[in-house]
Design a protein around this ligand. Sequence first.
Ligand SMILES: Cc1cc2nc3c(=O)[nH]c(=O)nc-3n(C[C@H](O)[C@H](O)[C@H](O)COP(=O)(O)OP(=O)(O)OC[C@H]3O[C@@H](n4cnc5c(N)ncnc54)[C@H](O)[C@@H]3O)c2cc1C
Length: 502
Amino acid sequence: MESFWIDSIKNNIEFDTLNEDKETDICIVGAGIFGLTCAYYLSNLGYHVTVLEKYEIGEKTTGHSTAKITSQHGLFYDYLIQSYGEKYAKDYLEANEKAIKNIKQIIDKEKIECDFEYQNNYVYTTKPEEVRAIKKEVLALEQIGFQNCDFVTKTGLPFEIAGAICFKKQAQFNPMKYVMGLAKNVVSNNGEIYTNTTVTDVKNEDGLYVVNTENNKVKSKYVIIASHYPFINFPGFYFAKMYQSTSYVIAVDTKKTLFNGMYINFTNPIFSYRTAKWNEKEILLVAGGDHKTGQPTAYQDSYGILEKEVKKYYPDCDIISKWSTRDCIPIDKIPYVGAYSNIMPNMYVGTGFKKWGMSSSNVAANIIVDNIIGKTNKYAYLFDSTRLKPIKNRDEMKNMIVQSTNSLFLDKIKKPNMKFEEIKNNSGGIIEVNSEKIGIYKNENGKIYAVKPVCTHLGCLLSWNDVEKTWDCPCHGSRFNYEGKNIYDPAFRDLEIYNLDT
Ligand SMILES: Cc1cc2nc3c(=O)[nH]c(=O)nc-3n(C[C@H](O)[C@H](O)[C@H](O)COP(=O)(O)OP(=O)(O)OC[C@H]3O[C@@H](n4cnc5c(N)ncnc54)[C@H](O)[C@@H]3O)c2cc1C
């Protein structure tokens, strides 16, 4: 099943694929919420923008989000004060609160019908022993003077909680209707958007950038890499600073009147809740099952755990849609926004939104727009994309290095412990034939699909994802379907296919 946000804009405007060379002021790579927000602001300022999108607009992370627009990024402000100090935490909060207002302003100005509604946002726990952490967060917010939050013990959820911190006047919307609204405005400002157009590299030639696609090129003074996970490895080195984390979402017709508010807890298993509109009905979205992308997971730990949880409270419910996606998590938990690298002037990036990209993408777009127009942005220092700070999150860094070393080198020389005949129908795994590793998937009828299970991004050994029937990269989170077609960045090339008959 697909994300129902994507269905909600079907039959809307269609975009062409790029089939000639172009010149533009600003070339934006990627048409998710971040790329299109940049395109919206810049085209409004009179710049000619050209957006190049590998698939269709918004269909990747943005269109699979739960789309809560909030400055409450989990229990985060105590962490920020402890790690970076009071001023930093205050500015981070202010930047994200402002982003909520900016989004509402765009929606009102452009009359974008995207089911925007204000809602309170809660981080809750059902465990009395975790209430201390919530109270600590309340104190942290008091310390930085935030008036807009409360500690509460009662919510609209259909179960008792031990405590929660509530941020008032946050919001939710339909992210696909919103990005489609942005895209329409870009086009009416003479901007150009091309879909099914993959960017393969960006080169600097005589002070201008040449953005190469598979068949054409776009020349521009400025480039914004809005591709979610930056696909240019050197310079930038984003692959060494972030990992990807997958989460699952189920859309549920509970057949009951639903509650107000958006909710998430903060220790595993994670459950996130919000309501949404679907065919004039109010439905419930439940998300969770988080794990590092590329690590094997089972149905009961992904969609299964969400279904089991929701059926406790709504036994007669129907699951109307389910989907998964992933987001980039920086090791120090702070997005990367600004210059792509110190040696690439006029090339920008916004990434690492750590599953809070609805507000963060607006903050990021404003920082980059201000940079281009030469205006100081008060919040730019928070997210400095070229930062070289000592990594505070050492355990995460260690895990990432161990995982990458295994997938890049050690696992490749290990003999797989699976034999061809052990792979069941509707499942997959890696076998070895003549010292060569082959990724096999057998469909429900036993038809065999064979690929070279090596990621086309940086060469890590892929792992089989039996829940989604995909090949996933444990190093940097690229994903491929069982036919070898690349479906998620940072890789953009398909896998090599083996024909087992020859
Ligand atoms: C399950 C889940 C739930 C979430 N819920 C929330 C939430 O409630 N609130 C919140 O704030 N955030 C949430 N997030 C995070 C949020 O959805 C993301 O941070 C945000 O959508 C990222 O937007 P983006 O524009 O950077 O990426 P994307 O939407 O992925 O856009 C990037 C685009 O670039 C394109 N692209 C990639 N490579 C190339 C290339 N080589 N050439 C051309 N185009 C390319 C892709 O096709 C894609 O369309 C959630 C994330 C997950 C995983």
